[in-house]
Write a protein that binds this ligand. Structure first.
Ligand code: KIV
Length: 272
């Protein structure tokens, strides 16, 4: 059962209420107008303009080269399309790590210039003051623990986090600290499912899992991954709900063949 009017924009209060009602929260990433409008028409709860933009749209190897200007540009496109989903903009590398003051200025730009309703940032207790600073200014923050891709070099690769007792304990403590600092929700990326379950039980804000099992309060996937846009590599946690890579190639090959043989455009697609 939905917790709110179908046609109005979801707020962080709706999202928090879904956890108390036991209603699963759905999140997908989007980076452009067309995908955003499709997700919104399907009644997705939240759209994350992830800095995964760097890898799936801009062709970088990591999320590290993504800039504020990249994120603002794509958040604007997503926001123009989505009228019902809560839109969260990912804060790119070095936009929030330097100081809480700089983080607030950058977070504010996403609401003021790009029409997002919330921001996301990666990291634990070391960003508690930053989360507090941003939320105190009235900007909702989604936190992000576990595998945090902006720290890829420090983590030594894209590896499951929190497998050992001490690191699991640290993630649980970080989750509590971030809730206390004012985060309205928490992404848990690539951690064991039992750890995600324990965190989801220990905090009152919703957990949104990606590679964190079924016990999270909601799920997020990178839209290009779940649509099967890439064929080279599929991480274990990604389920492909479509194979657009194949669909697109089939369509493009058919187009090329029809143009070459002169069967496109036919009379139906030509003007008299
Ligand atoms: O950048 C992103 O898309 C993300 C999700 C994977 C949570 O941070």
């Amino acid at each position: 059962m939905s917790t709110q009017n179908k046609d109005s924009r979801k707020t962080i209060l709706d999202i928090k209420k879904m956890k108390t009602l036991g209603e699963k929260i759905t999140v997908l990433t989007a980076y452009d107008y067309e995908i955003s409008s499709i997700l919104d028409e399907c009644n997705i709860d939240m759209i994350l303009v992830g800095d995964s933009l760097g890898m799936v749209v801009l062709g970088y190897d990591t999320t590290l080269p993504v800039t504020m200007e990249n994120m603002l540009h794509h958040t604007k496109a997503v926001a123009r399309a989505a009228k019902k989903a809560l839109i969260i903009a990912d804060m790119p590398f070095l936009s929030y790590q330097i100081s809480p003051q700089i983080a607030l200025v950058n977070a504010g730009r996403f609401l003021q210039e790009a029409d997002a309703q919330a921001v996301k940032l990666e990291g634990g207790r070391q960003y508690a003051e930053t989360v507090q600073k941003i939320t105190t200014a009235g900007i909702p923050v989604m936190a992000h623990l576990g595998l945090t891709p902006q720290s890829i070099h420090q983590m030594g690769g894209y590896k499951v986090q929190g497998k050992k007792e001490d690191s699991a304990h640290k993630i649980i403590e970080d989750a509590k600290i971030l809730e206390e600092a004012g985060a309205f929700s928490l992404v848990l990326e690539c951690i064991p499912e039992m750890l995600a379950q324990e965190i989801s039980r220990s905090i009152s804000i919703p957990t949104i899992g990606i590679g964190a099992g079924v016990h999270c309060d909601g799920q997020v996937l990178v839209v290009n991954d779940m649509l099967g846009m890439f064929e080279k590599f599929t991480p274990k946690h990604v389920k492909k709900y479509a194979n657009l890579n194949l669909e697109i190639k089939t369509a493009v090959k058919k187009y090329i063949a029809e143009v070459k043989e002169g069967s496109f455009p036919d009379t139906e697609h030509s003007f008299k």
